[in-house]
Design a binder for this molecule. Structure first.
Ligand code: WTA
Length: 631
């Protein structure tokens, strides 16, 4: 295994080297993997197109690097340990050898059902080991996986399947989450009414729910897998062949299919995993994310397996059967590294110490957070009550588009500071720019966060829409990747993310596009116009606040609120439901017709005394009306 960065001094040296000679730096790391053929050029790039290529000409398969190359040295070691939603259900462990065999078998199932290199395969599954197995099997045959989070609606699922033109859907009869069962196959059936490209639907049996199977199209996982051979030579891929698509919300209603490629993603996922968490041989690592999000891709599946770690996978939710579940799992599995989201920390803090105290958390060495800014209160609670002031907390800033952690302290090695993601990883060159696009030099500055040099795991395009990729990330500031986040750099050069500066809302750590929610609400026959903003929410980070103009004065406001939220559940998913809906007769607009969200945000946050200049509004009187509303 590779050596981790060992001290702050070493970090500084490695960082320097990565900036002065990026190609040499990444080439050295890439040399530690298994290649069928070495690359020619390490990097070629042009942000104006944009075109980014790493390790061009190299041939490999990422799954050989995740599994096959570990078989000799750690074949019997647990690769994935799975914990069921129901605490009384037996957990499952798959050694590297077993996981390898299962992945090969399922690769054969895919092949037997017509899948081949380059196909897009959609996964809509609960958090069971078979989700990881399916992901890895896709990559082994060279198909591009597109995992859709199992909380999304039928409409969101069919939109994503159609956008990527997937030919296979892998799902389950249902999924357990807390006390609920999600009817995944029923939802899939509804989605498949409008997805002509799907030829096969492979169904994993999990809940034994009553479902219907369409002859010729739908097949059972367990019936296929017993016929399959456990030998499957990995498809040989080019470094720049696509590995996966993962959808993320944007500032228009249509989600963006972020596309990642093979070799660069592999090198960066492994490197960042090892160094940020300071993973040591034998550590038990647990990331509580869902594989439906990028965190699950990079830091439940690929990063840990590439590094030969034991990765825990949990099917359930933090509060089931009670708010002590996470800590019970930590105790029972002697978890050493624990990675979760600020929203979960806040939710568990609110439940009280009676759910923490019964458990022995002394196995913990490193704690991590991801997905949104962590407020200082939550940070202190996490540090004191979970880490017992004995575990460094890594606050990891990154994005679906960046593929891996970009700005973070390295656990116990580089300094931490509450609410700060702190310093960039080696190879990452962040900068802050002002509204005119001018780079802000020096410390104690605040601006928009950009990255000015390519890194191996950066997204290469938006599937099927390269122009949108360019417009979204590479046109705001010349020759820079724009993250969409605001950020400040303190007197020591440490970075603190202040939040999104575009129309993306982060709710409980999930990206939601305001436009997506607005267009779902607009479907209601009595809804004329909608404006969505976020407002500070004690648990979710941001709550969803909807201002709605109706065609006709609603007779029963509560009923209308429910109907509108039902539409959001149906079109986007329950995570996007509005926490507050205010009916208004007008919205604050500029003379050119643009909604002034800044004003709506202030009002939603209860700061209506401090609205700033509203003289540019077409009709400033609407603001007075909106302000008087109390829910
Ligand atoms: C936010 C999640 C502050 C940020 C990996 C980013 C954070 C968006 C942090 C990406 C953090 C993520 N501190 N903000 N440590 N991590 N964010 O694509 O606004 O789901 O742009 O990727 O989450 O969300 P995504």
């Amino acid at each position: 295994m590779n050596k981790n960065i060992n001290s702050f001094e070493e970090y500084k040296i490695e960082y320097e080297k990565s900036i002065k000679n990026p190609e040499e730096f990444w080439e050295e790391l890439a040399n530690n993997f298994t290649w069928k053929k070495k690359w020619g050029k390490v990097l070629s790039w042009d942000f104006s197109k944009p075109e980014i290529k790493w390790f061009e000409g190299g041939k490999l398969n990422i799954i050989e690097n995740c599994l096959d190359r570990h078989l000799e040295t750690r074949g019997e070691q647990t690769a994935i340990k799975w914990i069921a939603n129901n605490p009384n259900e037996q957990s499952r462990s798959l050694s590297y050898k077993e996981l390898h065999a299962e992945v090969c078998k399922f690769a054969n199932v895919l092949k037997n059902n017509g899948a081949k290199k380059g196909d897009r395969i959609c996964l809509y599954m609960p958090m069971v080991p078979e989700l990881a197995i399916a992901v890895l099997a896709c990559a082994r045959i060279g198909a591009i996986h597109s995992v859709v989070f199992a909380g999304f609606s039928a409409k969101s699922l069919s939109d994503r399947i159609n956008d990527a033109d997937c030919n296979i859907l892998i799902t389950a009869d249902g999924g357990f989450r807390g006390a609920k069962i999600t009817p995944l196959k029923d939802i899939s059936d509804e989605a498949m009414q409008s997805t002509p490209s799907i030829k096969k639907c492979i169904v994993f049996e999990r809940t034994k729910s009553k479902i219907s199977m369409q002859i010729g199209r739908d097949i059972w996982w367990h019936k296929e897998i017993i016929k399959a051979n456990s030998d499957f030579p990995a498809e040989i891929m080019d470094s720049e062949d696509p590995l996966f698509i993962l959808y993320t919300s944007g500032s228009t209603g249509k989600p963006k299919g972020i596309l990642h490629t093979t070799a660069g993603y592999m090198v960066y996922a492994e490197y960042s995993f090892r160094n940020v968490f300071q993973y040591k041989e034998g550590d038990v690592y647990w990331c509580t994310a869902d594989i439906g999000w990028i965190t699950g891709h990079s830091y439940i599946v690929y990063g840990p397996l590439l590094a030969g770690a034991t990765t825990l996978m949990f099917e359930g939710v933090p509060t089931y059967p009670d708010a002590g579940r996470f800590w019970k799992i930590v105790e029972e599995n002697k978890v050493n590294i624990f990675y979760t989201a600020p929203t979960a920390i806040r939710a568990l803090e609110a439940k009280g110490m009676e759910f923490v105290n019964p458990y022995d958390l002394s196995s913990l060495k490193v704690l991590g957070t991801v997905g949104e800014p962590i407020n200082e209160d939550a940070w202190r609670w996490y540090d004191k009550e979970i880490g017992k002031e004995n575990c460094p907390i890594v606050d990891t800033w990154w994005q679906t588009e960046t593929g891996g952690i970009m700005i973070s302290n390295l656990a116990g090695i580089t300094p931490s500071k509450p609410t700060f993601a702190t310093l960039p990883l080696p190879g990452i060159q962040p900068c802050l720019v002002d509204e005119k696009g001018k780079e802000m030099e020096g410390n104690n500055v605040e601006g928009r966060l950009c990255i000015k040099f390519p890194w191996p795991s950066m997204a290469r395009t938006i599937y099927g829409d390269h122009q949108r990729f360019k417009n979204t990330y590479f046109t705001a500031f010349e020759n820079k990747y724009f993250t969409g986040d605001g950020c400040l750099r303190d007197e020591n050069g440490m970075y603190r993310i202040t939040g999104r500066v575009d129309d993306v809302l982060i709710v409980s750590g999930h990206n939601l596009g305001t436009a997506e929610i607005e267009s779902a609400m607009d479907e209601h026959e009595n809804v004329c116009e909608t404006a969505i903003v976020g407002y500070p929410h004690p648990i979710k980070g941001n709550g969803v606040y909807a201002y709605i103009i109706c065609h006709n004065q609603p007779e029963d406001e509560e009923r209308l609120r429910k109907e509108i939220n039902d539409l959001v559940t149906k079109n986007v998913g329950p995570i996007a439901k509005a926490d507050k809906i205010q009916f208004v007769s007008g919205l604050p607009k500029t003379r050119s017709g643009k909604i002034m969200r800044r004003i709506l945000r202030k009002i939603a946050a209860g700061e209506s005394d401090n609205l700033g200049d509203i003289s540019t509004l077409l009709d400033p009187s609407v603001v007075d009306e909106i302000k008087t509303f109390v829910q």
